[in-house]
Design a protein around this ligand. Structure first.
Ligand code: RIB
Length: 333
């Protein structure tokens, strides 16, 4: 297979000139350009992406790391990142890390070898130390990696306080929380927001916080145990919508009416939350906006030499649906 060097020799120019003709960047006089194009055609030469990246130093590729592609939140996030990267002529690469630190490091090393232009990372385990040898710009999305790495997140703690106060406003008197993974910063902040609003209540008990690990099945099991042991609970705030759906499933298996006996609110605003029965009230994250903004910040950093750390926080939005209707609003009397 012909190489860039073969083309240069045939056209009697340098490899740098051949690269300028291929990439249309930098001045090449018309006669030389014609000779190079004839040589490319005669040798049937195709620029190899790796060669191009080595020559130009970059691959025009952006990678997004997510911890769990089976959670609908992440495909919705990836959609936004892909739209913005493609619109800016970058190839988009999605890496599912399963929250596994070794897998993340393997992906980082492999993509560094391919001269990827930048990384957008959703991770609770990668630290600045893991990233110290990465030359390409990095933006943390959804979860903060370090104060020295740009990030795009939402107001998890305030949004959770709003969720609990909303449950109180629809008449809930004993409220529990299904929490996300204890090592994930946004799950910790959502739990803190819950505690901000209930820890002073005379009915509050530490048993009213159980872990659902951001997972449907684990949240369902935890909710069955919680509601069986604490039948007076009439409101549940789930730290994400998948767990909220697990709570709805648990209530149905215990013949607990939602709404009516129990009000349930989630967090995320994934499309699925409006499709479950009853439709799930949620604190909706601007999923598309945070993904798009992370991609914009990364592309700005790739194109500029200044690496100013940007930290942007978006607001979540209460989205009321059937799962929190007041008793008098339901048909059940
Ligand atoms: O549902 C997945 C959760 O993990 C979301 O709440 C999102 O914030 C991510 O951190």
């Amino acid at each position: 297979m012909a190489t860039i060097r073969n083309v240069a020799e045939l056209a009697k120019v340098s490899t740098a000139t051949v690269s300028r003709v291929i990439n249309s960047n930098g001045y090449v006089n018309e006669e030389t350009k014609k000779r190079v194009k004839e040589a490319i055609e005669q040798l049937n030469y195709f620029p190899n992406d790796v060669a191009r990246s080595l020559f130009k130093g970059r691959s025009k590729m952006i990678a997004l790391f997510v911890p769990d592609i089976t959670n609908p939140f992440f495909p919705e996030l990836a959609r936004a990142v892909e739209d913005v990267t493609n619109r800016n002529d970058y190839t988009f690469v999605l890496c599912n890390t399963d929250g596994d630190i070794d897998k993340k490091i393997d992906y980082l090393n492999a993509l560094q070898q391919k001269s990827v232009d930048g990384f957008i990372i959703v991770s609770s385990s990668l630290t600045e130390d893991h990233l110290k040898n990465i030359q390409a710009p990095i933006v943390a999305l959804d979860r903060i990696i370090s104060p020295d790495i740009s990030s795009v997140t939402v107001n998890n703690r305030i949004g959770s306080r709003d969720a609990v106060n909303y449950l109180k406003s629809v008449g809930c008197r004993r409220i529990a929380h299904i929490a996300g993974p204890e090592h994930v910063d946004n799950a910790i902040n959502r739990m803190r927001g819950f505690l901000d609003e209930v820890k002073h209540e005379d009915w509050f008990d530490s048993d009213y916080v159980v872990s659902g690990a951001y997972n449907f099945e684990m949240a369902r099991e935890a909710a069955i145990n919680l509601l069986t042991k604490n039948p007076k609970i009439d409101g549940i705030f789930a730290g994400n919508d998948l767990m909220g759906a697990g709570v709805l499933n648990a209530a149905a298996s215990l013949d607990i009416k939602v709404p009516g006996d129990l009000a349930v609110i989630g967090f995320d605003g994934i499309t699925m939350s409006e499709r479950v029965t009853p439709a799930l009230t949620t604190m909706a994250q601007p999923i598309y906006d945070i993904g798009a903004r992370a991609a914009e910040i990364l592309i700005e950093q790739i194109r500029s030499t200044s690496q100013v750390v940007m930290r942007e926080e978006f607001n979540v939005q209460l989205t009321e649906r059937q799962s929190t209707l007041r008793r008098e609003q339901t048909n059940e009397h």
